[in-house]
Design a protein around this ligand. Structure first.
Ligand SMILES: [Zn+2]
Length: 396
C-alpha cells in the first residue's frame, strides 16, 4: 500500500510541471531567434515537439510556404478546446538599443525576464505547455480534448499559419472553445477589432516650384485630407463594451525635388474596425469625409482599401464567466472585459463559430526594445490556464 502510494506520489511529482521547468521553457524559446521575417526557422517547433511528445502529447507539424506550425493534442471526450499561440516574434531592431540584454539572450533581473518574446509570446507558450502537461498527466480525470496550436506567421498576418491551418484543425476536432495566449495584462479579451489598410492617391499637375499658378499641388490636397481624416467619426458600435474604431494616417509620400511641384501624392491609412463596419461602410465614410474636405473623387483622389482582418466578438456568457473566475482565482482581481489592441490569430477560429477568449500576461512591452515580463506573472498565467482547463474538463 505504502509502495503504491509513494509510486503514485512520485509519478504525480514527475508529471507536475514545476515553475522552474516552465521558466526554463520560456528561456530556451527566447534563446532561439524566431524573427519574422523570415519566420521559417524550424528550431523552436523542433524543441517544443520533442518536449511535448516526451510528455505524452501527440505532436505533428504542418508547414506552409516554409513556415512550420506545431500542433500537440491530448485526445479525450468532450469538450474540445484549442489553445492558440505563435512562436514567431517581431524583429528586435538595432541590437545596441537593447540595453538590458541582447534580444535573444534571455536574462532574469530583479524578478523580470528580458528578451524578444518575453511578453509576446514565448512566455504564453511556456505557461500553456505547463498547464497542458499537468492535465495530460491526470488521465484519471477523463478530460476532454486539448490541442495546443503553436502557429507560425502571426506577426505577418497568419497567411502561413493560422489562416489556412486553424480551419483544417477545426474540421478535424470540432472545437467547443478557443483560448488565445496573447498578452492581455490578465484582463479577458472577448474580441478583437478588425483591420483595414488603405492608400489614398492625390492627383495634381507638375510645375516649376517658382510658378505654382501653372500647376496643381497634390500636397495641399494631401494636407487637407490628413486633417479631415484625423477627425473622421465612424459610427460607433452598438456593443457598449466594444472599442471604438480608429483611423491613423501612417505614411505620406510626395515629391522628390525641392523646386518641382509633384503631380502625385500618396498617404497610407490604418483603420481598426468594429463588427458593425464593412468594407463598403468604410468606403462610404471615407468618401464623405474627403468630400467634406472639398476633394472630388477620381478628379482629386483615388481610394484603395484592403480588408486585412475580420473583427470578432464572443458573447458566450458561461465561457466568459468561467475564464473570468479562473483569472480571479489566481490574481485576486476581477478582470476587465476588453477588445483593445491589434489583431490575433483568434479571429481564424472565431470566424468558424467557435467562442474564443484571450488571456495572457502583461502587455506593456510587446514589440518594444527590452521586452520583458514579470517572472511571477509567467507562473500565474500557468495557474490560470490550469484553472481554465480543469473547469472546462471537469464541470461541477
Ligand atoms: Zn503576439
Amino acid at each position: 500500500m505504502t509502495g503504491m502510494l509513494s509510486f503514485a506520489l512520485a509519478n504525480a511529482m514527475m508529471n507536475r510541471m514545476t515553475d522552474d521547468a516552465v521558466l526554463k521553457i520560456a528561456q530556451e524559446l527566447i534563446a532561439i531567434d524566431t524573427t519574422n521575417p523570415p519566420g521559417t526557422q524550424p528550431q523552436a517547433v523542433e524543441y517544443l515537439s520533442r518536449f511535448l511528445a516526451g510528455h505524452g502529447m501527440t505532436c505533428w507539424t504542418e508547414t506552409v510556404s516554409g513556415a512550420p506550425s506545431l500542433f500537440a493534442a491530448m485526445e479525450g471526450n468532450e469538450p474540445a478546446v484549442c489553445w492558440i499561440g505563435h512562436w514567431d516574434v517581431v524583429p528586435p531592431g538595432p541590437p545596441e538599443s537593447w540595453t538590458v540584454t541582447a534580444p535573444f539572450t534571455p536574462l532574469i533581473r530583479d524578478g523580470m525576464l528580458y528578451g524578444r518574446g518575453a511578453c509576446d509570446m514565448k512566455t504564453g507558450i511556456a505557461a500553456a505547455i505547463g498547464a497542458a502537461v499537468e492535465l495530460a498527466a491526470h488521465t484519471r480525470r477523463r478530460p476532454g480534448t486539448l490541442v495546443l496550436a503553436i502557429l507560425a506567421d502571426e506577426e505577418n498576418g497568419g497567411r502561413r499559419g493560422g489562416a489556412p491551418l486553424l480551419q483544417n484543425l477545426h474540421r478535424r476536432f470540432r472545437f467547443d472553445y478557443g483560448l488565445v495566449g496573447e498578452p492581455t495584462g490578465f484582463d479577458l479579451k472577448i474580441g478583437r477589432r478588425g483591420a483595414c489598410w488603405g492608400r489614398i492617391h492625390f492627383k495634381g499637375i507638375q510645375a516649376h516650384g517658382a510658378r505654382p499658378e501653372e500647376g496643381d499641388n497634390p500636397i495641399l490636397k494631401l494636407a487637407g485630407a490628413v486633417t479631415a481624416l484625423s477627425r473622421t467619426t465612424f459610427t460607433r458600435d452598438i456593443r457598449t463594451d466594444f472599442a471604438d474604431p480608429t483611423l491613423s494616417v501612417t505614411t505620406a509620400h510626395a515629391g522628390d525635388k525641392d523646386n518641382v511641384i509633384p503631380n502625385r501624392a500618396t498617404i497610407g491609412i490604418d483603420i481598426r474596425t468594429t463588427p458593425s463596419q464593412s468594407l463598403q461602410s468604410l468606403q462610404t465614410d471615407l468618401h464623405r469625409t474627403l468630400r467634406e474636405a472639398g476633394l472630388a473623387r477620381n478628379t482629386d483622389y483615388q481610394l484603395e482599401l484592403s480588408w486585412l482582418a475580420d473583427p470578432y466578438y464572443t458573447v458566450h456568457e458561461p465561457y466568459i464567466r468561467l475564464c473570468s473566475e479562473s483569472i480571479e482565482s489566481v490574481t485576486g482581481r476581477t478582470p476587465r472585459k476588453c477588445v483593445q489592441g491589434g489583431t490575433s490569430d483568434g479571429r481564424f477560429l472565431a470566424s468558424l463559430g467557435v467562442p474564443v477568449l484571450e488571456i495572457g500576461l502583461e502587455n506593456t512591452t510587446l514589440h518594444k526594445v527590452n521586452e520583458s515580463c514579470c517572472v511571477e506573472s509567467l507562473f500565474k498565467l500557468k495557474r490560470i490556464y490550469s484553472a481554465v482547463f480543469n473547469r472546462l474538463f471537469q464541470p461541477s
